[in-house]
Design a protein. Structure first.
Length: 355
C-alpha cells in the first residue's frame, strides 16, 4: 500500500509530461482547431438573446452595449477593453480572453489583487449571448466597467500616497479609468444603456421609482456642510464675479446654475423630484438646500463624488464656456441630447452665449 501513492504521483506526472510534449508538437493550425472545438463546446446550450442594442459615448470612446432577454445590461468584450486602453485579441477560435485564477487578463496583475473584492471577482465572468443579428457575442456586465476602474484608481492612489512614480505601462489606463469613473455613477451606466438601446420604454415601470427612492430621503435631513468652498470660489471666477470669502451672500442666479451644473447630472429625474419637494419662502427662494433631501447612504456620497469631479473641471477651465463644454463631455445631463451653453442674468433669465 505504501508504494501505491508514489506510483500514482509518478503516473500523474507522466501524463502531465506527456500532455506538454504532445502540445509542443502541435502545429498552429492544430492548436486553433482545438481552441475552436473548445469554443463550440462552450456554445452548446441555451443563451440569452439581445433584445436591444446601441452605443454610448464616454469621453472620446464609443462603446457598444446591449440589453439581454434576462434583463442584464452588457458591454461588448472588445469595447470594454478598448475603453480601458487594454485592447487585446482573444484566444484563437474562442472569442474569449484568457483567464488566470478566474480573473480576466486586465485584472491579473499581482499589484491589482489587493484591491479586488470577492464581489468583483464573481462578476468578471464573460457573458455569452446571441446578438440581434443572430450571431454569437461575448460581453461583460456593464457594472463591471466602473468596478474595474475603481481597482486601477485605488492602485494608482496607493502609489501616489507612497510618493512613487506611476508605472508607465498603466498610465493610459489610469487616465481612461479616471474619465470613466467621473463620467458614470452606479445608476448612470444602466440609464445610459437603457437610453441608447431604447429599453427605457420597456423596463419595469418601478425602475425609476427605485432610483429616486435610493437618492431622495423621505424626511428632511439635518444640515451638513456639503458644497466645498472651492466650488463657489471657482464659480465666482468663471462667472467673472468678485469673490468675498467672508460673505455668504451669492447672486440669486447661482442657484439656477447649481441646478444645471450639479443636480441635473446626479441621477435620472432627481432634480425634478427635488423641485417637487422643495418649499419656497414668500420671496420665492428655496427654503431648504436640495442636498438636505438626499439619502445619507447613496444620495449624499454620490453628490460629494460628483462635486469633487466638477471642482476639478472648474479648476482646469479658463472660462465658463470652456467649463460648460468639459462638463457636458464628462457629466452629461440626464434625458438631454446636445445642450447649448447658457448664461444667466441676475433675475434668473437665461440667455444663450454667443448671440
Amino acid at each position: 500500500m505504501k508504494n501505491e501513492k508514489p506510483q500514482q504521483n509518478e503516473s500523474a506526472q507522466g501524463r502531465a509530461k506527456g500532455g506538454y510534449a504532445r502540445a509542443e508538437k502541435l502545429t498552429t493550425e492544430q492548436r486553433k482547431a482545438i481552441a475552436r472545438n473548445a469554443a463550440n463546446a462552450r456554445w452548446t446550450g441555451e443563451f440569452p438573446v439581445a433584445i436591444r442594442e446601441g452605443s454610448i459615448k464616454i469621453g472620446d470612446t464609443e462603446i457598444s452595449c446591449a440589453v439581454l432577454s434576462d434583463g442584464r445590461r452588457i458591454i461588448t468584450q472588445a469595447d470594454f477593453l478598448r475603453s480601458l486602453k487594454r485592447s487585446r485579441s482573444p484566444k484563437a477560435g474562442t472569442g474569449v480572453l484568457s483567464t488566470v485564477d478566474d480573473l480576466p487578463f486586465f485584472l491579473q496583475a499581482n499589484v491589482l489583487k489587493p484591491f479586488i473584492t470577492g464581489e468583483l471577482r464573481e462578476s468578471t465572468t464573460p457573458i455569452f449571448y446571441i446578438t440581434m443579428a443572430g450571431v454569437k457575442g461575448v460581453g461583460y456586465d456593464a457594472l463591471l466597467l466602473t468596478k474595474t476602474c475603481e481597482v486601477y484608481l485605488r492602485y494608482r492612489d496607493s502609489i501616489l500616497i507612497e510618493g512613487k512614480p506611476l508605472p508607465e505601462r498603466y498610465k493610459n489606463t489610469f487616465i481612461a479609468c479616471d474619465i470613466i469613473i467621473r463620467s458614470l455613477a452606479g445608476v448612470a451606466i444602466v440609464a445610459l444603456i437603457d437610453e441608447a438601446t431604447g429599453y427605457q420604454y420597456e423596463r419595469p415601470k418601478d425602475a425609476l421609482a427605485r432610483i429616486l427612492e435610493a437618492f431622495i430621503a423621505k424626511e428632511l435631513q439635518p444640515y451638513v456642510q456639503t458644497f466645498p468652498e472651492d466650488y463657489y470660489r471657482e464659480l465666482f471666477r468663471l462667472r467673472s464675479v468678485a469673490y468675498n470669502p467672508s460673505s455668504v451672500k451669492r447672486p440669486q442666479y447661482f442657484g439656477h446654475l447649481t441646478n444645471d451644473i450639479v443636480y441635473a447630472r446626479l441621477a435620472p429625474q432627481v432634480l425634478e423630484e427635488l423641485r417637487k419637494k422643495g418649499e419656497r419662502t414668500p420671496l420665492g427662494r428655496l427654503k431648504y438646500h436640495h442636498h438636505r433631501r438626499l439619502t445619507e447612504d447613496i444620495g449624499h456620497p454620490k453628490l460629494r463624488e460628483l462635486l469633487a469631479s466638477i471642482v476639478t473641471i472648474m479648476k482646469l477651465s479658463p472660462n465658463y464656456a470652456d467649463f460648460s463644454k468639459k462638463l457636458d463631455l464628462i457629466h452629461p445631463k440626464y434625458n438631454t441630447t446636445l445642450m447649448l451653453p447658457l448664461l444667466y442674468s441676475e433675475d434668473g433669465t437665461s440667455i444663450t452665449e454667443g448671440f
